[in-house]
Write a protein that binds this ligand. Structure first.
Ligand SMILES: [Zn+2]
Length: 414
């Protein structure tokens, strides 16, 4: 005799098209199938609406979100964004970081994100203030979202003395993994070496901002792949941006993709920032600068699409709604067929879950019940129309439910 489900979603559409009932018990998906009449503490009539696993935002910067009024983008270059944001960072306090991060987390949770990796800047300018603020929020938001904190050396390690010691302190006091930014240091390979050494010392995963240029003039990602294999860190390394991959001729890209696949490196595409900051010197036929997701997927690489920055000099627009990045990808990466759109949804769910190494993720019996019910009966519309999220389930518990009303007075009603 199966006990009562904690929650029973009746008549929901899975991404593979099946119309099923889904029951949760003790935080996990207990059964998927025809469960009519089965007792449940709470039952929801889904009316054929789509259910997906919770969205996973693999790359965001909660600590420097919502800075546009303080440090706006004027030129619209990477160099300017780094400069004005570093300046603004001098005034950061734990309270101010926490207040801005909280606004973004609320947006993300309401839009169906149930797991997220945030970079947290660790350097002599801001010290450990970002980590202190976000560690508190990680605990507070735990019932709604799993938050990974990546100790991130935005200002360089070699050219910013004191950073290495601060990174060690961050890893001792709550950071989940380590991140670097080789293109913003005096010696890219030496920075990569330091990051891997720290990763091994603290047994943590690695996440680099990498090759954020229009031309393939660095391709540091290949050195990251080499070190990943040397350190035995396959499956534990991700890179964000990787815009230079978009500029490789197809045969070179195929070779690079095979190397990334073999090293188990996840690529995180950041379309909002990449579209905004790349191609800035082009006066005609402006390049997109978005890593070639389709070709990387075809080569078997794990590819996530993520938010990165929101309302700052790197990205002067955006919200915490991850589906927006999927919507952007249809146009930015020419991914509009039914198969492409399914791939985009996977880049907001399964792929980032794999990159973040989330345990028991997905829509199968025994998986953790992190679920989103969408206001549509067509799965593609989660991406193509940004169908609103109706309710979110986190670890088997109803996390939130949206109620929407619109009073159309123009129709002549009261
Ligand atoms: Zn970033």
């Amino acid at each position: 005799m199966i006990p009562s489900f904690d929650l029973l979603l009746q008549g929901c559409r899975l991404p593979d098209g099946r119309l099923v009932d889904l029951g949760t018990l003790d935080g996990k998906i207990a059964e998927i199938g025809s469960l009519t009449g089965h007792p449940a503490h709470r039952a929801v009539d889904c009316g054929g609406r789509v259910v997906t696993p919770g969205l996973v935002d693999a790359h965001i910067h909660l600590d420097k979100a919502l800075l546009s009024s303080l440090a706006p983008s004027i030129e619209g270059t990477v160099a300017e964004a780094l400069r004005v944001t570093a300046e603004a960072k001098r005034g950061f306090t734990v309270e101010d970081i926490g207040a801005r991060a909280r606004r973004v987390l609320d947006q993300a949770v309401r839009a169906g994100t149930t797991a997220m990796r945030s970079h947290v800047e660790i350097d002599p300018i801001v010290g450990l203030k970002g980590l202190e603020a976000l560690t508190k929020l990680k605990r507070e938001y735990a019932p709604a979202i799993d938050l990974q904190l990546c100790a991130f050396a935005q200002e360089g390690i070699l050219r910013s003395p004191g950073t290495e010691g601060l990174l060690e302190r961050a890893l001792r006091t709550g950071a989940d993994l380590i991140g670097g930014c080789p293109y913003n240091d005096s010696d890219a390979h030496a920075q990569i070496d330091i990051v891997f050494r720290l990763a091994r010392e603290f047994d943590v995963d690695v996440d680099f901002h990498i090759d954020f240029f229009d031309e393939p003039e660095h391709m540091d990602v290949l050195y990251v792949a080499e070190q990943t294999v040397r350190f035995g860190w396959q499956g534990r390394v991700a890179v964000g941006h990787a815009s230079e991959l978009a500029a490789l001729p197809p045969d070179e890209l195929d070779r690079a993709a095979a190397i990334l696949k073999d090293a188990g490196i996840g690529i995180i595409v950041l379309p909002a920032t990449d579209l905004y900051l790349m191609g800035r010197k082009d006066v005609r036929n402006v390049r997109r600068g978005v890593a070639p997701a389709k070709r990387l997927l075809a080569a078997g690489v794990s590819v996530a699409v993520a938010t990165n920055n929101i309302l700052n000099a790197f990205t002067p627009m955006g919200t915490g709604d991850l589906a927006l990045m999927g919507f952007l990808m249809t146009a930015a990466a020419h991914m509009g067929t039914e198969r492409d759109v399914a791939d985009i949804l996977a880049m907001l769910t399964e792929h980032p879950a794999r990159i973040l190494r989330l345990p028991d993720y997905g829509l199968s019996v025994g998986a953790r019940a992190d679920l989103v019910l969408w206001e549509t009966e067509r799965v593609a519309e989660v991406v193509t129309t940004m169908a609103p999220c109706r309710l979110v389930v986190k670890a088997g518990r109803l996390s939130l439910e949206h109620e929407r009303t619109c009073r159309e007075f123009w129709r002549g009603g009261a």
